[in-house]
Design a protein around this ligand. Structure first.
Ligand code: AMP
Ligand code: MG
Length: 326
């Protein structure tokens, strides 16, 4: 995929940040690293700039974007957080948690960010470079993941360069993302009860320690529509995925976890030889990209079973959607 722009790789320096801010101020697109994945950023107050995100990604207009800000105070100027939401924000921001709440009339956020909903998704990222960019820009940055719509999310500047070259002004290079999976998205029902719209970097156990029991049933009222990215095929490599596999069949690539099976494949990577779900999350998208390229974007990747604890839930969520019929 290519476009007409001369995409510049920007270093994680004051100079790189200054150039990134210049691009954003004139309505351009800049990809930047967060602790979850690389985001494709634009000025969230600028309708045309955010429209550029949708165009570059080929993102359907009904899929809203997350707005990133530098602090809880800045977030409170955009959305009305119920009390449990404020507690979650205090506990987990900056960090891999997105809160979806009613947008304030005076938020100044471009309508296009909400894709028609009365709610807005907001996050304060923890990656130092993301926070530096938000502080230098001094405004809200709309940023979905910096990949083509429906494809695997990028966890390095190289991933973004490969896929979005020519489509964005700059890519701020901050190395590899630590968490490696998208943020946990939490919405609220009319009573202000939190529910998980998308599992991610902050686990259910962590959320419940702060806010008590949390539901993950899709909330379908107008205040908290279920997260649109949830149901369809998403995060999809070119190759098919066969999940919870004991071992690879002939011709399949193997994405392992923990101990290797007796039968192996010539095309093999292990998400975490020590069976750590955190390490597997960090590696998941990069490893899917590597195997996919080696299979020339067809064939099958057999994937070992991943335990359903902690961030393992979010890994299985992404794998299930990557494996869904397209
Ligand atoms: P991504 O595409 O990974 O950047 O994540 C964006 C996702 O955040 C969307 O696909 C939705 O699932 C979710 N989201 C963003 N804004 C809203 C909103 N106003 N209401 C519900 N979910 C939202
Ligand atoms: Mg995405």
């Amino acid at each position: 995929m290519s476009g007409d722009l001369n995409t510049i790789r920007l270093s994680a320096t004051d100079r790189g940040l200054r150039v990134a801010v210049t691009f954003l101020r004139k309505g351009g697109l800049v990809a930047f690293p967060t602790e979850t994945v690389y985001g494709l950023g634009a000025d969230a107050r600028d309708e045309r700039a955010v429209a550029g995100i949708y165009r570059a990604k080929g993102r359907p207009a009904h899929n809203p974007v997350i707005v990133h800000v530098a602090s809880l105070q800045a977030a409170a100027r955009l959305i009305d957080l119920p009390s449990e939401g404020a507690r979650l924000a205090q506990a987990f921001w900056p960090g891999p948690l997105t809160l979806v709440a009613p947008v304030r009339a005076d938020s100044g956020i471009a309508d296009i960010c909400r894709a028609g909903a009365q709610t807005l998704a907001v996050r304060v990222p923890a990656a130092p470079l993301a926070l530096s960019l938000l502080q230098a820009f001094d405004g809200p940055i709309a940023a979905p993941s910096a990949n083509l719509s429906g494809k695997v999310s990028p966890t390095s500047a190289d991933h973004v360069m490969e896929e979005m070259h020519g489509l964005v002004e700059g890519v701020l290079d901050g190395g590899v993302c630590g968490v490696g999976l998208e943020s946990t998205i939490v919405g609220f029902d009319e009573d202000g009860t939190p529910c998980i719209l998308r599992p991610g970097g902050v686990t259910r156990e962590q959320l419940e320690q702060v806010a008590g029991p949390i539901s993950d049933a899709p909330v379908t009222n107008d205040l908290a529509p279920s997260a649109p990215g949830q149901l369809s095929s998403h995060y999809a490599p070119g190759a098919r995925l066969r999940l919870n596999a004991a071992q690879p069949e002939l011709g399949e690539a193997w994405l392992g976890f923990g101990e290797e099976p007796q039968r192996t494949s010539a095309i093999t990577i292990n998400l975490s030889p020590t069976a750590s779900v955190e390490e597997a999350a960090t590696n998941l998208f990069a490893h899917l990209r590597i195997l996919d390229a080696q299979l020339e974007y067809s064939g099958t990747i057999a994937v070992a079973a991943i335990p359903e604890n902690g961030i393992g839930l979010a890994i299985n969520d992404r794998l299930n959607r990557a494996a869904a019929p397209r």
